[in-house]
Design a protein around this ligand. Structure first.
Ligand code: NCD
Ligand code: ZN
Length: 336
């Protein structure tokens, strides 16, 4: 099997799904994203949510401000907004004019800050047809919240197919895909249906969450699943299918919020993601697919120009820090 040379230069990657948060957490997490990525699609489940033009503009400024003091200033936040029941076409138009490229559908109660989410696609008909007309991507947290936790993604698929049926031209991304059923739906679905894949869903299973002691730092929504599900995700990535592209779903929470009963879902994966992906592709002898997965397919799906800058990755022992502020990253303390 051919391995990577000790130093590789590739087109700078995009992270097509990230939570950068606000305030002090943002100040730590945004520079970390800027270190690895040229662009990132920033999720809108802040508090208050990014659901109108003014908030989108001021959140983008807050992110730009957070990276302005750091060396990787070329980082561009790509903006999304949160869909809410009975959202009007004119609100979508204003958000689009302000630069939003995606609208996020959170089923009510599915994850962090989704209490104000959507019960049925029928509540957002006007917004969906506006998005379809304007070419704004529908980004979906595809879980049915009242189903059994391992079946939530599978049970959301009928709702997804209703949306596809009613809005055949709408571009849709099934985010942080986590199950063999989800993968199969995307493979067999129409060309304008894609999916983001995280590094944790690609590498770990329920065993890493509850197999020995419980490890809250491996807890996220959708929850990591069975070896069979992980295998389907791995095969999707290694097939080189351009419907599947990288989105870290890096979702930092303070240690105090994670280490308690009812602790928060979310894995802060940005610091470890690229080294882990490089080693994943190398182990699987598919180094030619690395750049497509992290730097091309996402941009192509969103019809964005490909990044011109590059990143140089050197083979050296890379120790993931134990903590950023009071946030424990994915694989903290590990050498990758
Ligand atoms: C995310 C968060 O904390 O914002 N959590 C997570 O477990 N992934 C929200 C989300 O994408 O589900
Ligand atoms: Zn997310």
């Amino acid at each position: 099997m051919k391995s990577f040379s000790d130093k590789i230069s590739i087109r700078k990657p995009d992270d097509m799904h990230v939570h950068l948060r606000q305030g002090e957490i943002l100040k730590v997490c945004a520079p970390e994203s800027a270190k690895w990525f040229e662009r990132a699609l920033v999720m809108p489940n802040t508090n208050p949510p990014i659901n109108n033009r003014e908030r989108l503009i001021s959140y983008k400024k807050e992110i730009e401000e957070a990276i302005s003091y750091h060396e990787n200033k070329t980082f561009t936040p790509l903006m999304s907004f949160k869909l809410y029941p009975e959202m009007k076409e004119e609100d979508v138009i204003k958000l689009s004019e302000a630069g939003a490229i995606a609208g996020k559908l959170y089923p009510e109660g599915s994850t962090t800050n989704s209490e104000d989410g959507i019960k049925s696609w029928e509540q957002i008909k006007e917004a969906l047809s506006a998005m379809s007309k304007l070419g704004i991507v529908l980004s979906i947290h595809g879980e049915k919240p009242d189903s059994f936790v391992l079946e939530r993604e599978k049970d959301y698929l009928p709702e997804l197919f209703k949306i596809i049926e009613h809005y055949p031209d709408l571009k849709i991304v099934l985010e942080h895909i986590s199950s063999a059923d989800g993968i199969n739906a995307v493979i067999t679905g129409p060309a304008n249906l894609g999916a983001t894949i995280t590094v944790h869903h690609l590498l770990i299973t329920l065993d890493d969450l509850i197999g020995q002691g419980i490890d809250p730092h491996n807890f996220c929504k959708p929850v990591v699943k069975t070896p069979k599900d992980r295998e389907a995700i791995k095969n999707a990535v290694l097939s080189g299918n351009r419907k599947f592209f990288f989105g870290s779903d890096s979702a930092p929470h303070l240690e105090s919020a994670k280490l308690k009963a009812g602790g928060s879902a979310g894995i802060f994966s940005v610091p470890a993601a690229i080294p882990l992906l490089v080693s994943f592709f190398e182990k699987n002898g598919s180094q030619e697919l690395l750049e497509n997965f992290i730097s091309k397919y996402g941009a192509e799906f969103y019809k964005l120009p490909l990044n011109k800058s590059s990143i140089t990755l050197e083979r050296k022992e890379n120790k993931i820090p134990g903590k950023f502020l009071d946030i424990i990253p994915f694989m903290a303390g590990f050498f990758i």
